[in-house]
Design a binder for this molecule. Structure first.
Ligand SMILES: NC(=O)c1ccc[n+]([C@@H]2O[C@H](COP(=O)([O-])OP(=O)(O)OC[C@H]3O[C@@H](n4cnc5c(N)ncnc54)[C@H](OP(=O)(O)O)[C@@H]3O)[C@@H](O)[C@H]2O)c1
Length: 259
């Protein structure tokens, strides 16, 4: 479906999953605007509108949001893919970047959407909102859990105004920036093969595809949901995982499990 008449703003679309989403939405015919701090080098040749702003600078951010709407028109879709990666206090930084900035942008832009039945907001959380990922610090877990609930809150209060608000919750995702690490690390890939039901990591495009669906009229009655894009990683019990990892994980023949 080509949607030539549709404006999507991606917060944090200059790198990683956000950049993949920007490229996908352009292919699908959206007018795409992106906010990040550093505009990518090649951006002059692209059809994407880039605005440089720091989410932690509310005054500048408010001006930038006005400029985006003035330049590309009222919004149809608003997607949040920012991730805190700066020096300084991680707790305060995560909360400001992931939670406070998301609330600020939603509240500033809720009046700047086009009238119509397909107003969509998508937040990107993580499996770390429910599971503990030891490679991430406590603040990351807390803000991701907060985003899940922020999504449900706005789905309820903005629903009567015609907004659908959903959350996408990725597992471990392969993106341009981390591909070399995982390609080199065969033992880690083999572990993922054994512990993720779909047998592999996901890709940035697979996350982008679900966001694109949530922004489309095909998702017209979907709101307040948190949709995992994780290959089923959170389905296995600790016992099953332990058995698989110690080589004791042979599954019983299917017929013996029935009846
Ligand atoms: N990658 C994964 O495996 C994975 C797994 C689960 C969940 N997620 C979630 O998916 C989302 C995207 O992840 P990613 O790995 O693609 O992230 P990423 O590569 O680090 O990209 C983050 C984006 O946010 C922007 N950003 C960060 N701080 C900002 C600030 N203060 N002001 C404005 N823009 C800012 C960055 O641009 P600038 O640096 O130019 O500002 C960049 O465009 C995140 O919410 C992450 O938690 C990712």
């Amino acid at each position: 479906v080509t949607r030539h008449d549709c404006h999507s703003l991606i917060i944090g679309g200059t790198r990683g999953i956000g950049r993949e989403l920007a490229a996908l939405l352009v292919l699908e015919g959206h007018v795409v605007s992106v906010i990040g701090r550093q505009i990518p080098e090649l951006s002059r040749n692209e059809t994407i509108g880039f605005w440089s702003a720091d989410l932690l600078d509310e005054q500048r951010l408010a001006q930038t949001l006005k400029q985006v709407v003035a330049a590309n028109g009222r919004l149809d879709n608003l997607i949040f893919l920012q991730r805190f990666k700066s020096a300084g206090d991680k707790w305060a930084g995560e909360i400001a970047t992931s939670l406070s900035a998301t609330r600020f942008v939603i509240e500033r832009l809720a009046t700047q959407f086009r009238d119509g039945p397909n107003k969509s907001i998508v937040l990107v959380s993580s499996i770390a909102s429910r599971l503990v990922a030891e490679e991430q610090d406590v603040a990351y877990h807390v803000v991701k859990a907060g985003l899940d609930q922020l999504g449900r809150y706005y789905a309820a209060v903005l629903g009567p105004k015609g907004f659908r608000v959903n959350v996408v919750s990725p597992g471990t995702i392969l993106k341009a920036e981390n591909r070399a690490f995982y390609v080199k690390n065969g033992s880690l890939r083999r572990l993922f093969q054994r512990t993720i039901p779909l047998g592999r990591m996901g890709t940035a495009l697979e996350v982008a595809n679900v966001i694109s669906f949530l922004c489309s009229p095909q998702a017209s009655f979907v709101t307040g949901q948190t949709i995992g894009v994780d290959g089923g990683v959170n389905l296995l019990s600790p016992e099953t995982l332990a058995k698989k990892l110690t080589g004791n994980g042979k599954r019983k023949p299917h017929s013996k499990n029935v009846g």
